[in-house]
Structure formats: structure tokens, C-alpha cells
Design a protein around this ligand. Structure first.
Ligand code: ZN
Length: 222
């Protein structure tokens, strides 16, 4: 699934913070942002802060359709990241290319949201000072058409994949198998590639680094 990179003025904020970094041992160590089968959306997003997250929806149709899926995803993200994720009933309209802010992830259920790739869903994630701060997630409603013959686990995989983009994961450079024979969920680039029904050990490793990199970010940004 395609991830849309968004450049923001916050790069300047980060540079200013880095210039003020104290010269202690921590500031000399770069955070780990990629490994075997996992990758963070670095340098835009290298860690997750402790603020709680809100799951919202573009409109009532998106809310009705996607809420049942997102309860599972939110619970899994909360367990892996140690940060609260709440599925709300809030309506937050989104536009592709415009950052969503304030630790909100807003989901939009829409047919062919990318006109150039009819099968695609996509996510745009924005960060502040290296931490995820908000995202829009477009889920392609064509996956629910009877004529498309999508299975429920495949639809679920798409939602989990895009949700991981929203908080700072990227597509890894390598797609190995873990000891259960599963490949990274973030390796899936088309719906046919999806191989797992929930986050694999590779995404769990990436989530762990989002948390541990928080310490580094606190040092360089204070
Ligand atoms: Zn993707």
C-alpha cells in the first residue's frame, strides 16, 4: 500500500532543537530506525510520544463500516506501544495531502481513493519533532464489493497495514520470514501480497523501537 510522504515546516523545528542538543553521550548515538524486516518512517518519524491517540472518521459511512475493524487494531497498537488508543465516534474530515494533527488518525472509506491505482489504499502520516502526530487513512471500499472476492482477513490486513503507517512504520527493505513462517505485514504492496492476519514479530520489533527511541528524542529535543 502506498504511503504518501508529507513535508512540513516541522523540519525546521527539529533542526533548531538538534542545535541545542547537549553534548552528553546520548546525543552521540543515533536511534535505530530500520532492521531485518522492519523500518520506521525516518527521519520524519523516529519515535512515539506518550500522548493518547484518538481514532476518528471522515464521515458517518466510514465510521459505520470501519469501527468494528479498528477496535482490534487499536487494542493491538495500545498493547504494543504502551500508549492509549481510543476508537471514538468523532467525525474529522480529511483531504489527501493535508496533515491531520493532534494525535488523531482519521479513516476514510472510499472507492478507488487513488485514481491512478484502483486497487490501492493509502495513508499520510505527519510528525512533530520526530514523533507521529496524526494521519489520514484512505481505505478502498472496493475491497467490500462482492464481485471482487476479497476475504475478510485480507480486508483486515489492509487496515492493519495502513494503521501502522499512521504511527510511523514504513515498508521494510527486506521481507524475511519469522519462526512462524510469516513475513512482515508491512511488506504487502498489493492486496494479493498480504500474508498475515495481524502484526508479525517484525512489526512488533518496529513498535518496540518507536518506544525506545523516545528516550533519544527527549535528549536531543530538550
Ligand atoms: Zn504500505
Amino acid at each position: 500500500m502506498k504511503r504518501i510522504a508529507i513535508s512540513t515546516a516541522f523540519a525546521l523545528t527539529l533542526a533548531a532543537g538538534a542545535a541545542l542538543a547537549p553534548t552528553d553521550a546520548h546525543s552521540l548515538t543515533a536511534p535505530a530506525t530500520a532492521g531485518n524486516g522492519w523500518k520506521l518512517n525516518s527521519p520524519r518519524i523516529t519515535h512515539i510520544d506518550t500522548k493518547p491517540w484518538v481514532i476518528a472518521f471522515h464521515d458517518t459511512t466510514s465510521r459505520t463500516k470501519l469501527t468494528p475493524y479498528l477496535r482490534n487494531t487499536a487494542a493491538e497498537l495500545q498493547a504494543n506501544l504502551g500508549v492509549k488508543f481510543t476508537v471514538t465516534t468523532r467525525i474529522v474530515p480529511v483531504t489527501r495531502g493535508q496533515c491531520v494533527r493532534g494525535h488523531v488518525i482519521s479513516y476514510r472509506y472510499m472507492s478507488k481513493p487513488d485514481p491512478t491505482r484502483s486497487n490501492a489504499s493509502f495513508t499520510g502520516a505527519c510528525g512533530i519533532n520526530g514523533a507521529a502526530d496524526g494521519a489520514y487513512v484512505y481505505i478502498n471500499s472496493d475491497y467490500w464489493l462482492k464481485t471482487r472476492n476479497f476475504s475478510e482477513p485480507v480486508r483486515m490486513n489492509v487496515i492493519w497495514h495502513e494503521s501502522a503507517h499512521a504511527i510511523g512504520l514504513s515498508h521494510p527493505a527486506t521481507c524475511p520470514r519469522d519462526r512462524y513462517g510469516r513475513q512482515p505485514l508491512m511488506c504487502a504492496d498489493t492486496y494479493k501480497d498480504l500474508r498475515t492476519r495481524r502484526y508479525s514479530s517484525f512489526e512488533q520489533t518496529a513498535f518496540r523501537h518507536l518506544v525506545t527511541n523516545r528516550t533519544y528524542a527527549t535528549v536531543v529535543n530538550r
